[in-house]
Design a protein around this ligand. Structure first.
Ligand code: AMP
Ligand code: MG
Length: 433
């Protein structure tokens, strides 16, 4: 009987790719919002950005030095200074007051506008600036080199021209982009909004962290895992806490998800479960229960919940309850769904090929995502990977110690020491590079 049931199950099982495709078909890009530029990190531009101005706005000096007429420096050298009369000092942020005529120069700071008449800058180091205590207006300065036209001048509009398209719709905002937007004078930007992701843990056994320990209970770790994971993808987590295995409380917790874009629950999706999650969720929408050919995280629920207050329904991702299963299933299904809503490609984390130091076993033809730690063997110039502990789906320490998920494919029963393994990198700690 057991083997028959098992066999039947196998045929019903979805590959990871099939399950992912079915889930992701339900997600599209959310609408745009206008946010302060510095809050938009990781969000996607909803329009092209055109520059309202030239950057730099004016020709300006690349050095602290003297603005001169290049022709006046002809024949100048270390032993043959050409002396020019100093007209003024031009600071960054101020405008020149006087035109440079033949035999004249103005002292100029980096970033200050080039005065009319000048066509080059001579840096202090190539003048007698350093040899004299102070240079006052009406003093003269010795130029110790010839310079050609344009020397140390930054040309207006060289970086960005007024009206130029600077960033494309669909670009992801990152720290350097934030700087660029500020340079254009923008304080706000229109980006695809972040999805609100309601997170609900279910189970009578769960205690909220911070509560006094009660015999027979365990602390809810999945909520924290999911809050942090949602945030790391750029979503806005809305933790709803713990719903006990009781239909009334489960329903009322779910009502708090009414304004969310996605609901993620954990636990209560495995076959033969005592939990009420299935029943309650099914009452309020449609829900399918799948088996996915992966380990951990075989059981998965996906559907939509309807709320009286809303015309559309909200997608619901029901993850298995074991903490490592929750994490791995979020990686496969939650993370790309959030990315799609944010206007990004579903995306894949970087994969490295590593040499396995120990062994990974595959008992039943599923794709194993093993918790591994990757490091770089500096002598051989290769990545190595080692499992971080027991691979059962309740062992959270092995997950915490891992920086990647090592894949043992469906059709391979064992990977051993020395075998090559592909590892999906969860973090990319700089010390392993
Ligand atoms: P279930 O899917 O309800 O059968 O749960 C599977 C396993 O995951 C059980 O051992 C649960 O106690 C555990 N579990 C469920 N929810 C959580 C949670 N939020 N935090 C930690 N463990 C959990
Ligand atoms: Mg349960």
């Amino acid at each position: 009987m057991e083997s028959h049931t098992h066999h039947h199950h196998d045929e019903d099982m979805l590959s990871v790719e099939q399950a992912k495709q079915r889930v992701l078909a339900n997600f599209g890009v959310l609408d745009a919002e206008i946010v302060p530029v510095t809050q938009a990190i990781g969000q996607v531009l909803s329009n092209d950005i055109f520059s309202p101005l030239d950057i730099p706005p004016l020709n300006n000096s690349a050095m602290d030095g003297y603005a001169v007429i290049s022709g006046d420096t002809d024949g100048a050298g270390a032993d043959n200074p050409v002396f020019l009369d100093v007209l003024e000092t031009i600071a960054a942020g101020s405008l020149p007051k006087v035109k440079i005529g033949p035999g004249k120069a103005s002292r100029i700071m980096t970033g200050a506008p080039i005065p009319p008449g000048a066509d080059a800058v001579v840096p202090f180091e190539l003048t007698t600036e350093m040899l004299i205590a102070t240079v006052k207006e009406d003093d003269s300065i010795g130029i110790l080199t010839e310079v050609s036209e344009g020397n140390d001048i930054r040309i207006a509009g060289r970086d960005v021209g007024r009206g130029d398209k600077v960033l494309d719709k669909g670009s992801i905002i990152k720290p350097s982009t934030v700087g660029l937007l500020a340079a254009l004078g923008l304080s706000e930007v229109s980006v695809i909004r972040r999805p609100v992701v309601a997170i609900l843990a279910t189970g009578d056994e769960l205690l909220e962290p911070g509560a006094d320990y009660v015999e027979g209970k365990i602390y809810d770790s999945n909520t924290n895992t999911l809050v942090a994971s949602v945030e790391s993808v750029g979503g806005i987590p809305l933790p709803l806490g713990v719903a006990p295995d009781n239909a009334g409380e489960l329903r009322s917790k779910l009502q708090q998800a009414v304004d969310s874009d996605l609901i993620i629950t954990s636990a209560g999706v495995s076959k033969g479960d005592y939990d009420l999650v299935k029943d309650v969720l099914e009452e309020h929408g449609n829900l399918e229960f799948w088996s996915v050919r992966m380990r951990p995280a075989k059981p998965l629920a996906f559907g939509h919940l309807d709320f009286d207050k809303r015309s559309d329904s909200i997608p619901l991702l029901g993850l298995p309850g074991n903490p490592v299963s929750t994490f791995v299933a979020f990686e496969q299904f939650g993370r790309p769904a959030i990315r799609l809503m944010m206007g990004k490609a579903a995306g894949e984390r970087p994969i490295v090929k590593a040499t396995l130091a120990d062994s990974i076993h595959n008992y039943d033809g599923r794709r194993v995502y093993a918790r591994v730690r990757v490091w770089k063997d500096q002598d051989r110039g290769v990545y190595c990977a080692e499992t971080t502990g027991s691979q059962e789906s309740n062992i959270l320490t092995a997950l915490a110690y891992a920086n990647g998920l090592g894949i043992c494919p469906e059709d391979i029963t064992t990977l051993g020491p020395g075998d090559e393994i592909e590892v999906v990198m969860l973090d990319w700690p700089e010390e392993i590079l």
